[in-house]
Design a protein around this ligand. Sequence first.
Ligand code: PAF
Length: 283
Amino acid sequence: MNPAPQIVTTVAELHHRIAAYRQDDARVGLVPTMGALHAGHLSLVTETQNRADVVIVSIFVNPAQFAPHEDFERYPRALMADAEKLGLDGETDLIFAPSVGEMYPPGFSTCVEVGGPSRGLETDIRPHFFSGVAIVVLKLLLAAMPDVATFGEKDYQQLLVIRRMVADLGLNIEIVGAPIIREPDGLAMSSRNAYLSHDERRIAGQMNVVLKGLIAELRDGKTITAVEETGKRALLQAGFSSVDYLAVRNAEDLSPLASLDRPARVLAAATVGTTRLIDNMAV
Ligand code: PAF
């Protein structure tokens, strides 16, 4: 068994370790996470290891991306268990697990607003979310200056926002999007699935079934508007208590589509019990 990777908690230590990797001409990869790692995260590590000599996993539950009424306090935190999992997996070289004070020292006042793909969908419901993600991801990228950084397609809009930011700021970092990893019933893996009761878990497993059904209907020639309406109804009938959005969008920039004349993505966010779940699929 591999030992658990070492954990560094300050940007200064991280710089020191990265300088040593760079001396050996290593290509550095970063996997930003909020911890509570599952097989989806481990797949990001594997994607990164295929493209880099050294893999750093950051674990930081970022307060800036949670609104006051959201689940920052109850978000699962399991640093030692995460380190053990990464050790067993054997593909991670270093864990960066900073404190909130390390990332946001007193007086911190900078924010990053990304336009383009951040408009609509998640932003309609969580207006604070992408500025919180953008500032932390930018800080992590600047701290590690990796050659490659990997994000899951599960958070598809987030992936496009990060790609936009990295391109707009001219950062020389390859942003890799890794496919969604699913449970046997198709539920997209997420740290928040841990919140689900037995009954809610069964309902949650219907989201991907609904999305697949909609894609089949689109292929049969149903209009986007009709499919979006059917999809919302189907999620409510499956037992979701509310649907924030179910939308078929341009896969490249998430702009609305009048017809399926280019690659598209169907994206959904809905709540079961007190847990908000998101999923998406290529059409
Ligand atoms: O997707 C996540 O886990 C987070 O939003 C990220 C990218 C690690 C930023 O906190």
